[in-house]
Design a binder for this molecule. Structure first.
Ligand code: GRG
Length: 293
């Protein structure tokens, strides 16, 4: 199968599993299920779950056993987007090509939908994991740390406190290692863990995803100045409007393009020990480098 077909097949499986885990309910709190489902099914790229599935597959795991963890990661990512779009954060009207959650369900329900998805992520793992209790706990610990104050939330704090200031290169990197790369690194590491990888594999996958995560953010910053709102499905120019420091504002567009290529190359080099088994991950890295959304 060609890479794009493989990618599409993985995304389809993720979407199918998300539907299975988060069913509509006809109960007094039905609205929260609708609000959670609205953002979850709005059409994200599913990069984090795909990455987890691919890393596990490279280690020899069955996709099905990894699915609850992969979907949990997508739920956590989606919660972060819902909260990030709120008026008290980035105040965005468009996400994944649709009006943001609070524009449809109101601010209070959007806060609850984000909270609901975060909780539901761990509920999904606890309910559907077919892994041993030890393995399940170890994976949950990696996911929880990556999403918490030592990971994504920590990065968001640095981001909030940097608004309106010209940050230095170290702060910019620290912010994105937490805010963006943490979930991407955890996806790869959990994939390796569930796939039965050893300590060396976990370290290699973490290194690969650290470079990939930073490359992903550099591309996100580039697209915010040169992408198309229609294709991206979210507002462009919002970083400038919110007075945010980005790779483009700190390094300029040309240097950012070079850094994007260099970080992608470093990510691919970190896979060298896996030879042809890493083909999908290499293709995924290049696909993310060239993406337009
Ligand atoms: C509010 C707790 C909290 C955290 C917010 C992740 C985040 C931190 C904010 C989202 C905004 C943003 C630009 C984050 C950087 C990471 C990033 C590039 C997210 C977008 O991820 P994609 O491109 O989105 O994978 P889709 O919609 O394709 O899933």
């Amino acid at each position: 199968m060609e890479f794009l077909e493989q990618l599409e097949a993985k995304i389809l499986e993720v979407n199918k599993a998300l539907r299975k885990y988060l069913e509509e309910k006809d109960n007094p709190q039905a609205t929260i299920y609708k609000a959670m489902d609205y953002s979850l099914q709005a059409g994200g790229k599913r990069i984090r779950p795909v990455l987890m599935l691919a890393c596990a597959e490279m280690m020899g795991a069955e996709q099905e056993k990894v699915m609850p963890f992969a979907c949990a990661m997508e739920m956590i990512h989606t919660y972060s987007l819902i909260h990030d779009d709120l008026p008290c954060m980035d105040d965005d009207d468009l996400r994944r090509g649709k009006p943001t959650n609070h524009k449809v369900y109101g601010e209070a329900m959007a806060v609850l939908a984000g909270d609901g998805l975060l909780n539901f992520a761990y509920e999904t793992i606890l309910k559907y994991s077919q892994m041993s209790p030890n393995m399940t706990l170890a994976a949950m610990a990696i996911i929880a740390e990556s999403a918490g104050v030592e990971g994504m939330i920590g990065g968001q704090v640095i981001d909030l406190e940097s608004e309106g200031k010209a940050v230095d290169a170290i702060t910019l990197m620290t912010m994105h290692l937490h805010k963006t790369a943490a979930l991407i690194m955890a996806s790869a590491k959990v994939g390796a863990l569930l796939g039965g990888g050893g300590r060396d594999d976990l370290n290699a996958m973490e290194e690969f995803a650290r470079y990939l995560g930073i490359a992903f953010q550099i591309k996100d910053d580039i697209l915010d100045v040169s992408g198309s709102e229609e294709v991206l499905g979210k507002s462009i120019g919002s970083d400038k409007e919110n007075e945010k420091s980005t790779f483009v504002s700190v390094y300029g567009l040309e240097q950012s393009e070079k850094m994007l290529t260099d970080y992608t190359q470093k990510a691919i080099e970190a896979l060298s020990r896996y030879g042809t088994k890493a083909e999908f991950l290499i293709n995924l890295s290049n696909f993310l480098l060239d993406r337009d959304r």
